[in-house]
Design a protein. Structure first.
Length: 152
């Protein structure tokens, strides 16, 4: 099972730990050993709940040498899901992933934002020109009529 988790981690970048009903690690992608019984979301998963938590990781982020490449957000998302067989919890799957950085996502979508900005500007100019013509035409007609009827 650890081998399958390692293969899937290469594609999904998700850390994987499987625990038995007592919280003992039985399969993993990392170097963790022992038990995860002390982890709150694992305890809740072993009680049958699906739990997700985002944790701040300032110290780990600050000390990582490749933080600009691999760890560009300061929090990590953890998900614990129970494994249920015949209405009985036999273990849990504990997943962890660093979410994508918002700045990186916006940079990847920059072309869409440029086209969107161009469309908004063109629309604003067209609407502005229409309203300018629509609002100023009656004023010009009134001024011409006033000049024609002027007695001096």
């Amino acid at each position: 099972m650890s081998e399958l988790a390692g293969i899937s981690q290469k594609t999904t970048l998700v850390g994987f730990v499987a625990v038995d009903a007592q919280g003992k690690i039985i399969a993993k992608t990392g170097t963790d050993t022992g038990t995860l019984q002390h982890v709150g979301e694992v305890q809740r998963a072993l009680n049958g709940d699906v739990v997700s938590v985002a944790r701040w990781r300032e110290e780990e982020y600050r000390n990582h040498s490749l933080r600009s490449v691999s760890r560009d957000t300061k929090f990590r998302v953890y998900v614990a899901h129970p494994v249920i067989v015949a209405d009985h919890v036999v273990g849990a799957v504990y997943l962890s992933r660093t979410p994508s950085n918002l700045n990186k996502y916006l940079f990847q979508q920059r072309h869409i934002f440029v086209w969107l900005l161009i469309a908004v500007l063109i629309s604003a100019v067209l609407i502005g020109a229409f309203l300018w013509r629509f609002l100023t035409r009656p004023m010009h007609q009134l001024a011409k009529a006033g000049a024609r009827n002027c007695l001096w």
